[in-house]
Write a protein that binds this ligand. Structure first.
Ligand code: B1M
Length: 213
């Protein structure tokens, strides 16, 4: 197998044996983020496909997630850091009912490496928790992540609850179940402030930079 195929296969197989030396080798060729967005993400997509076809069980997908998390944890130290002054304070949360957090945590790493203070509320976060954190922390924006189809619906509910609470700072949404169109047509009308859709973590950084200007 080529280096790229091996990297994807660690994720698919849920195995860490040989992972670190291969990640190290990959860094001679790619940036840390390219390793994540390229071979590791391809592995994760394959996991999703196999799981969908009932060729993997949840326990196996969890092991794949562990490999992805370990890889990101290792690669984090090699990611570009822009330690300017604090550009803004942002809440991040995976919405109520959803446990997927690898994408959200990647967004956290990238934003905090680029001048943002992140308040990461974790997974399965109900709107009340977000409202509470907003009031305590006085944040500049709220980021919501969700990968399940029902999470897209939950984002609508969350936007409604935030509006009812009188909150109108920009919301950034992301995750596999969402689209720009859904964001514009279904979430945006339920909220008083801006709602933007980020297709990946780097897009999230670009949008955050635009929102803060
Ligand atoms: Co789940 N899962 N899962 N899963 N899982 C999916 C999402 C699924 C598509 C797999 C499939 O069937 N093909 C499917 C959803 C179906 C649907 O609703 N349409 C699914 C399912 C069904 C489930 C369960 C219901 C399975 C079950 O129990 N029967 C269950 C749900 C539990 C729950 O949430 N209540 C479940 C559980 C799990 C595990 C716990 C085993 C594990 C998660 C571990 C963890 O996160 N700690 C898991 C995993 C790993 C996946 C897949 C395989 C991979 C997700 C992932 O981490 N990708 C996934 C299939 C897939 O996506 N290919 C799948 C890598 C990550 C970096 O990408 O999160 O998309 P992603 O983030 C991207 C962008 O989306 C974006 O940036 C990131 C990249 O830069 N982004 C943002 C994300 N959030 C953002 C926020 C932003 C900006 C950008 O701003 C705020």
């Amino acid at each position: 197998l080529s280096l790229e195929e091996r990297l994807a296969s660690y994720v698919v197989e849920g195995s860490k044996e040989g992972l670190l030396p291969d990640l190290e080798q990959a860094l001679a060729k790619y940036s840390a983020l390219e390793v994540i967005n390229g071979p590791l993400m391809r592995g994760m997509e394959e996991v999703g496909r196999l799981f969908n076809n009932n060729e993997l069980i949840v326990a196996e997908v969890l092991q794949s997630a562990e490999v992805m998390k370990a890889s990101v944890a290792y690669l984090e130290q090699f990611m570009e850091k822009n330690e300017t002054s604090v550009k803004g304070k942002i809440i991040l949360a995976t919405v109520k009912g959803d446990v997927h957090d690898i994408g959200k945590n990647l967004v956290e790493i990238i934003l905090s490496n680029n001048g943002y203070r992140i308040i990461n509320l974790g997974i399965k976060v109900p709107p009340e928790r977000i409202i509470e954190a907003y009031r305590e922390e006085k944040v500049d924006a709220i980021g919501l992540s969700g990968l399940l189809v029902k999470s897209a619906q939950q984002m609508i509910v969350t936007a409604q609850d935030l509006r009812t609470a009188g909150i109108d700072v920009p919301i950034m949404v992301g995750g596999a179940a969402l689209t720009r169109k859904f964001t514009k047509n279904r979430i945006r009308p339920e909220y008083d402030g801006m709602v933007v859709y980020a297709k990946d973590a780097m897009d999230g950084l670009d949008l955050a930079n635009k929102l803060m200007n």
